[in-house]
Design a protein around this ligand. Structure first.
Ligand code: 8BR
Ligand code: 8BR
Ligand code: GLC
Length: 453
């Protein structure tokens, strides 16, 4: 069977079964994304005013956090020049004010939890319970209608309400997203691919501030959950990670006791101490989702420098190197499922077997293409609108290598006691925006797998 047929049949089966999935608990990061599509002249004038020399200094090397306007503009150039994503905490109030006055073109739901809540609850109709560190009126308005809940009250009065019914006047946590298309030019910089730089003007999510309800009544909140997805731990540092990590471990223990499979969405974690700590608790998760840069960064803290280098050496990423890296990670930590995604293909390495693992990846790739094409997926039928996006031809060589080395057939192989599932993805040539595609992929694949069981 060709990939197009596999895509079509996977979509139909997930759509028919998605209402079988029970409540999904989502924690911890939800915020407001203020998206600005960069304009060349505007940016050049701003760089000139802020002092080009200083700005260019930060375009060479990212600061650890943003404390001034030249740092902000330099970091944006850093991203443009490399076509790479980066996200930094914005500490200074005057820079936050500068960003606010610079403005935005669009306000969207942000944070892994917010994006997944709207997709799973608002689009797929799968009930979700979300952790929202601060529920301002604006934040509440960005939630779609549907079975999306936040806990409210305490003790016997603990109830689950839609975020719009929460009616608290908490702070706005705003992340300014500076997006640029492939080929975007400014000064001597030219973007090799579309991407974004994120400045987080937010004191809650970057520090993983956990709501008191989730500290004190987690057991009750998680009582009826069937699955869980954790995310938002990426901005922690050596200085502040201990407290949040302790709470996360306590939550994992409770989820484990209840037999709830938990997925970790592993976003890029610049701090090596924190990254090491995550590898240390990975065995408590059923599943982890990451891209090539994140997998390489994990290999680095595991002391596997050679394989880390291989992962970043070619495009598309060498699938044999990825498989070796996933095997090392699975063996070291005991995590049962590793979902790898890169521009062009996905893998799932699992310690269990079945075509449903691959089919969930296909469903996720269709959702990702729909998200790239439309910007927002309004209903599950929007997903099928991506069927006409062609399957990435670069992945052909990847498929051939897998057939040769692992005897892969129809995207499935047996490798060192694990099942390896592979799919070539559909790539939208001119995506509307790049934020949130990774979250769409990981949550669709994880939940899709349980729909198909
Ligand atoms: P290098 O291989 O150039 O070190 O890039 C590593 C990856 O980390 C890149 O994909 C870059 O986008 C990402 N990255 C870096 Br560096 N700092 C980051 C940050 N503070 N937030 C998010 N991603 C970051
Ligand atoms: P990360 O931000 O976690 O890397 O996730 C982004 C993922 O989105 C990539 O791995 C890639 O699979 C997918 N993606 C990107 Br980026 N651009 C896409 C596009 N134009 N069409 C479909 N998928 C895309
Ligand atoms: C990070 C950012 C958030 C963005 C999300 C998209 O969580 O902080 O602003 O919406 O990534 O994946």
């Amino acid at each position: 069977m060709g990939w197009d047929n596999l895509y079509a049949s996977a979509f139909e089966r997930v759509r028919a079964n998605i209402d079988m999935v029970g409540k999904v608990l989502l924690a911890y990061n939800t915020n407001i994304d203020a998206i600005k599509y960069l304009q060349r002249e505007d940016l050049e004038v701003r760089i000139e005013k802020a002092g080009q020399e200083e700005v260019l200094h930060y375009a060479e090397e990212l600061p650890r956090r943003i404390e001034s306007v030249p740092q902000l503009l330099g970091s944006i150039l850093w991203s443009i020049g490399r076509g790479k994503a980066a996200e930094l905490f914005v500490e200074s109030c005057s820079t936050r004010f500068y960003m606010k006055r610079w403005g935005w073109d669009e306000l969207r739901m942000g944070g892994q939890v917010g994006i997944m809540a709207n997709l799973l609850g608002g689009v797929y109709g799968v009930p979700v319970i979300a952790h929202v560190p601060q529920l301002s009126r604006l934040q509440a308005e960005l939630f779609k209608e549907g079975p999306i809940y936040v806990p409210k009250g305490e003790g016997e009065n603990l109830e689950l309400v839609h975020p719009k019914e929460f009616k608290a006047d908490e702070e706005n946590c705003i992340h300014y997203i500076y997006e640029f298309p492939r080929g975007f030019r400014v000064l001597d910089f030219e973007a090799p691919r579309e991407n974004r730089f994120i400045g987080s003007a937010d004191d809650y999510n970057p520090n993983v501030v956990i709501r008191p309800e989730f500290e004190e009544q987690f057991e009750e909140i998680a009582a009826n959950a069937e699955l869980a997805i954790l995310s938002g731990l990426q901005a922690l540092t050596e200085e502040n990670y201990r407290g949040p990590l302790k709470t996360v471990k306590a939550h994992l223990d409770i989820l484990e006791e209840k037999g709830i499979p938990v997925h970790l969405e592993f976003a890029f974690t610049p701090d090596e101490t924190v990254r090491k700590a995550f590898v240390g608790i990975l065995g408590k998760f059923w599943s982890v989702g990451l891209n090539e840069v994140e997998l390489a960064s994990v290999m680095n803290v595991m002391g596997e420098k050679a394989i880390a280098e291989k992962l970043l050496a070619s495009d598309p990423v060498d699938p044999i190197a990825v498989t070796e890296a996933m095997l090392k990670l699975a063996k070291k930590t005991g995590v049962r499922r590793i979902h790898f995604h890169t521009y062009g293909y996905y893998f799932a390495l699992t310690d269990y077997r079945g075509e449903f693992v691959r089919d969930a990846l296909l469903f996720a790739a269709l959702a990702a293409a729909a998200k790239a094409k439309l910007g927002d997926i309004r209903n599950i039928d929007d997903v099928v609108k991506a069927m006409d996006v062609p399957v990435n031809e670069k992945a052909e060589g990847v498929g051939e290598a897998l057939t040769k080395v692992y005897d892969m057939e129809n995207g499935i192989a047996e490798v060192n006691g694990y099942q390896l599932a592979f799919i070539p993805t559909k790539i939208v040539a001119k995506p509307r925006s790049t934020v949130g595609i990774g979250d769409t992929i990981s949550s669709s694949a994880f939940v899709g797998e349980f729909a198909l069981r």
